[in-house]
Design a protein around this ligand. Sequence first.
Ligand code: PRP
Length: 191
Amino acid sequence: MADGSWYDADIDHVIISEQQIRDKIDELAKQVSTDHTDAVDGILLVCVLKGAVMFMADFARSLGRHGPSTEMEFMAVSSYGQGTTSSGVVRILKDLDRDIAGRHVLVVEDIVDSGLTLSWLMKYLESRSPASVEVVALFRKPDAVKVQVPVRYVGFDIPNEFVVGYGLDFSERYRELPYVGVLKPEVYARS
Ligand code: PRP
């Protein structure tokens, strides 16, 4: 691997490069911008911590170059699950700071896996009477979908492997990798 962080040694192979991520985010931002020319109050972006932080930062800047004004909100939720599997029972750790009634809301997610977190979140946000609620997810694991959630904008469909980087973690590490890679099995085997 070219330049490197110490994490690179733990990565088996890269599945999405930094450049591919950059290009895709620009494409998503253009699409969202085209679809929201009538959003006079702009778009209220709701980032779901922590994994979506990288995507939120890059997506909001790209959207800013293409069109509608944005405001940023952050939510933190905790899914009660078995190990790495979420159960669909969600607890709010950090709620929205403002009223979203009448606003065009776009949930910014890093990954939709089972879809359980998002399914719960959509119901929660819809109960607060926004003008619309849509989702942009940078990654989606199609093999693992248990719940059908309408995700309007999807960046990449990725295989059901142990991936890290660009916000995705393993035990809170690897989030800062600029690319997405598959973790070497011996890394999670030794934990
Ligand atoms: C991840 C991701 C989604 C959720 C998707 O968050 O950011 O919110 O899991 O999984 P699901 O579709 O199976 O519900 P995680 O709980 O790992 O927290 P993090 O973002 O802080 O890493």
